[in-house]
Design a protein around this ligand. Structure first.
Ligand code: EPZ
Length: 400
């Protein structure tokens, strides 16, 4: 499946392309429907050409108010703020929605827009940002935020002069975005490092469709699933090179992994070994794989440890795993010990967010008895037809 955390950003970038753009290998997930809905609400054209391709075309003058209900349903909505502000001189939006995994403030975005000369106002729940003329600026992020890096990168493309983003995020999705913009006429250097330099240009023209790369978090999730459920599977059309630290850690559990440039053969061991995991910005262990890894730890021999460094509310879901029978000691909002192996018992579960929802499905597959996972729209936001993928590896599962 195409990457959930890049495709919607290309939809947002289409605002900057007078003649529009085409994007291929689009994942069939709710976040895409939501982003297309936001663009249509602003007056842009979104045409599906084939199952996994869209032609996106802005109009001369787009609306500048993001549709409240849609924007509040997913985090990536905020990425539209930058391209709209630089193109139309104004944008208004509610605090973005998405997974409840921490407070998720947007101070980095607001501070950066102000540095470029924008005015920030609050009208009720809405942020209203205006700018007669943005100017290049040297911006130091307090934290290497992924969506803030993507948003300010796209803003700076059309801002006269030079903008420097210090302490920028380095995720592969950001490199894919920067390369596409650069191929289309932007002047960006340093993407993939913590310092990105953008020289403003007047226009962009897409020379070829954007090919959405495979979703490395989906790849990692399926690899963990195979390891926990004692499977021997092959994951094809993936990019193991963007999961090096994670794969090193998964090998430490005893899972046998054969790797090629575009595939992974995952063979579960007789017994899983306990591991210590510290999540980190790229290239470290993705925080988005922490939840499925926690389930693996409940089945591993010994005491495992998780240090979640990116989000302060991403361990709360573990209480439900304890109710399934897991032996977990929560030290504080960032650290837990997990002792294993323990027998998990099936139960009714409420999916609190995308990755914990997927983790509940994996836990249900190793648990004794039946489980029912509610609120799966969370999971549909980031995994395509998940029950079909799981059934393909032998899971007894149905959507009700
Ligand atoms: C992106 O979220 C991804 N979402 C997340 O994936 C992913 O977990 C995260 O990056 C980290 O890799 C999308 O790309 C849509 P951040 P983002 O800004 O950009 C703090 C999934 O499961 N922060 O890099 O929102 C923030 O609170 C999702 O697919 C500020 O303090 O994450 C967090 O502690 C979940 N102020 C840290 O930075 C700001 O203005 C990193 O968050 C912005 C962020």
């Amino acid at each position: 499946m195409g990457a959930k955390n890049i495709a919607p950003k290309i939809f947002a970038a289409s605002v900057l392309f007078k003649d529009g753009l085409q994007i291929n290998n689009v994942p069939l997930i709710n976040d895409i429907e939501n982003m297309a809905g936001l663009l249509r609400h602003l007056g842009a054209k979104t045409e599906r050409v084939g199952e996994r391709s869209f032609k996106l075309k802005p109009v001369l003058s787009l609306g500048t108010d993001l549709a409240d209900d849609i924007a509040k349903s997913f985090r990536a909505s905020i990425v539209l703020s930058g391209p709209l502000l630089v193109k139309e001189g104004r944008v208004s939006f509610p605090h973005p929605g998405g997974c409840v995994i921490g407070e998720r403030p947007i101070d980095v975005f607001l501070e950066s827009f102000e540095k470029m000369g924008a005015k920030i106002a609050k009208e009720g729940e809405k942020y209203v940002i205006t700018a007669n003329k943005l100017r290049g600026a040297e911006i130091v992020f307090k934290i290497p935020s992924v969506t803030a890096t993507e948003t300010l990168l796209m803003t700076a493309v059309f801002v006269p002069g030079t903008t420097i983003l210090h302490n920028a995020a380095c995720e592969p999705e950001i490199v894919a975005l920067a390369e596409f913009l650069d191929d289309s006429g932007a002047q960006i250097t340093g993407a993939g490092t913590h310092t990105i330099v953008i020289r403003g240009v007047k226009s962009l023209r897409a020379k070829k469709p954007f090919q959405t790369p495979p979703d490395r978090i989906e790849t990692g999730s399926l690899a963990i699933l195979a390891g926990v459920c004692g499977k021997d599977i092959e994951i094809t059309e993936c990019q193991p090179e963007y999961l090096k630290v994670f794969l090193r850690t998964l090998r430490n559990t005893g899972v046998n992994i054969k790797e090629t440039k575009t595939s992974l053969r995952i063979q579960a061991p007789e017994k899983l070994r306990a591991i210590d995991v510290k999540t980190h910005e790229y290239p470290g262990i993705p925080t988005d794989l922490q939840s499925p890894l926690a389930v693996l730890m409940t089945q591993a021999e010994g005491r495992s440890f998780i240090f979640e460094t990116v989000f302060e509310g991403r361990l709360n879901w573990l209480n439900e795993l304890v109710r399934m029978g897991a032996n977990i000691t929560i030290c504080d909002p960032h650290r837990v010990f997990i002792n294993g192996p323990t027998l998990l018992r099936g139960r009714e579960l409420e999916s609190p967010d995308l990755r914990a929802g997927l983790a509940f499905m994996i836990a249900s597959l190793v648990a004794r008895g039946e489980s029912i996972v509610h609120n799966i729209s969370n999971i549909d936001r980031g995994y395509e037809k998940i029950e079909d993928r799981l059934r393909a590896v032998g899971a007894e599962i149905k959507r009700i």
